[in-house]
Design a protein around this ligand. Structure first.
Ligand code: AKB
Length: 317
């Protein structure tokens, strides 16, 4: 029996992760943790318990964990890369002070913790092609700094207190349910919405800029499968490189044009987004995740594009 708390359950990943966990662990309590002003709605609200859980408030966190006898926490509270640059202190408060609270509560209540890291944890000095699992991590963005710290603090709690912390470095996540907000890779979601609404897409990222990406069903598998992995097989913990595909704006544009030949795109590069994107890897080496816990994504650019367009058509047409 698993009792799971998803912190950030109304966000881009959290909203789908909570529903997936409720599907997979039918007999269990999967608690949707949200912050005031971002209450769950619809199926997320109706299908299971929900509680205010603000990572900056350790007392509330502890109460919810005790009330539901939580044994696993998915901590998805964070600002994305572009927003974090405009609110660096808030990014730190949520991402690191908040994580500290989560880890302390986990230590006191014997919970396992998943807190995602990101391709943003790498920087300009990191080898960009086939970026190794263990390599230079000297990011210059607040998002990146908070993600490297997330990895280190999570490892610290594992090594010092035995808290079962695990993590992946998520690439850009593409989904047709809850839109992302304030990320560098958001263009790869927005482009599908423009296509389906028959609008020209204005691309903020320069042609030839490659970044790793992943379709949401694979991202959910990554998080859940890592948390279910046999700990004896894990050489790494915080955090594993994972990827499904790497593309530049031209490649995703052309993949959409296979289905919608009249779709138009032009470039208007956003300097902040571009400088962040240029500092991130072009492609990750995720062989450690494949070896240590069987990571094996199902979607590539073509199959994701077909599915995205089909699902968005149902939603909008
Ligand atoms: C962002 O663009 O900020 C995120 C990420 C890759 O971590 N999607």
């Amino acid at each position: 029996m698993k009792n799971i708390l998803v912190i950030g359950a109304t966000g881009q990943i959290g909203s789908e992760l909570t529903m997936e966990l409720r599907k997979r662990y039918t007999d269990s309590n999967i608690v949707a943790g949200y912050i005031a002003g971002a209450e769950p709605v619809g199926r997320l609200k109706e299908s299971g318990p929900y509680e205010i859980t603000d990572v900056t408030d350790a007392e509330i966190l502890d109460k919810v964990v005790k009330k539901y006898k939580i044994d696993t926490i998915y901590n998805l509270a964070a600002l994305l890369s572009v927003v974090a640059e405009s609110k660096p202190k808030l990014a730190w408060k949520i991402g690191i002070d908040g994580l500290w609270n989560v880890l302390d509560v986990a230590k006191d209540n014997n919970c396992a913790v998943f807190t995602p890291s990101s391709i943003g944890s790498f920087g300009i000095d990191t080898p960009h092609v086939n970026t190794p699992q263990d390599t230079i991590q000297r990011p210059r963005t607040m998002y990146g700094i908070s993600k490297v710290t997330t990895e280190l603090l999570s490892d610290y709690y594992y090594n010092k207190y035995g808290v079962d912390t695990r993590s992946v470095r998520f690439p850009g996540i593409i989904s047709n349910v809850t839109p992302p907000g304030g990320g560098t890779t958001d263009y790869a979601v927005d482009i599908y919405y423009s296509a389906i609404k028959d609008e020209e897409f204005v691309c903020p990222i320069e042609k030839g800029t490659f970044m790793d990406m992943m379709y949401m069903p694979d991202a959910l598998d990554a998080a859940i499968n890592l948390m279910e992995a046999d700990p004896a097989k894990l050489i790494h913990r915080n955090a594993f490189n994972v990827t499904s595909m790497s593309f530049d704006p031209e490649m995703i544009y052309n993949a959409i044009r296979q289905h919608m030949p009249d779709f138009k795109m032009r470039y208007q590069v956003d300097p902040l987004k571009q400088s962040i994107a240029s500092s991130w890897p072009d492609s990750l080496d995720d062989s450690c995740a494949r070896k240590e816990w069987g990571w094996n994504p199902n979607f590539n650019l073509e199959s994701m594009t077909a599915d995205m367009l089909e699902k968005l058509k149902i939603k909008f047409l």
